[in-house]
Design a protein around this ligand. Structure first.
Ligand SMILES: [Zn+2]
Length: 102
């Protein structure tokens, strides 16, 4: 007997805001001072109140960029977070394990 209980994201409509979070941050020195912090390295998606990224990484000690929305089109975007942020319909298409058999 196999029980595969996959914790599903509570989808409360389309209002869930995804923010960028990253393990490192650097000063953006491309513009005028004051220089703001910008993510360095892989950018993960994170929802307010969560302790993990969409891809399941613990965000303890990570920097959340409240002024940045997670964008799946960025080259630095975490592929797993991109996939997790996709609409459920396309996720089912990607992952056969989530497809329900009649
Ligand atoms: Zn990620």
């Amino acid at each position: 007997m196999t029980s595969t209980l996959i914790p599903t994201l509570a989808s409360q409509g389309e209002s869930t805001q995804l923010y960028v979070t990253a393990t490192h941050k650097v000063r953006d020195q491309s513009g005028e001072p004051p220089f703001g912090w910008v993510p360095y390295g892989v950018q993960h998606a994170w929802t307010a109140g969560s302790r993990k990224t969409l891809c399941g990484e613990w965000t303890s000690g990570w920097t959340v960029f409240w002024d940045r929305s997670f964008s799946a089109t960025r080259a630095e975007a975490c592929p797993a977070c991109v996939e997790a942020s996709l609409p459920e319909a396309s996720r089912r298409r990607l992952d056969p394990a989530l497809r329900r058999t009649a």
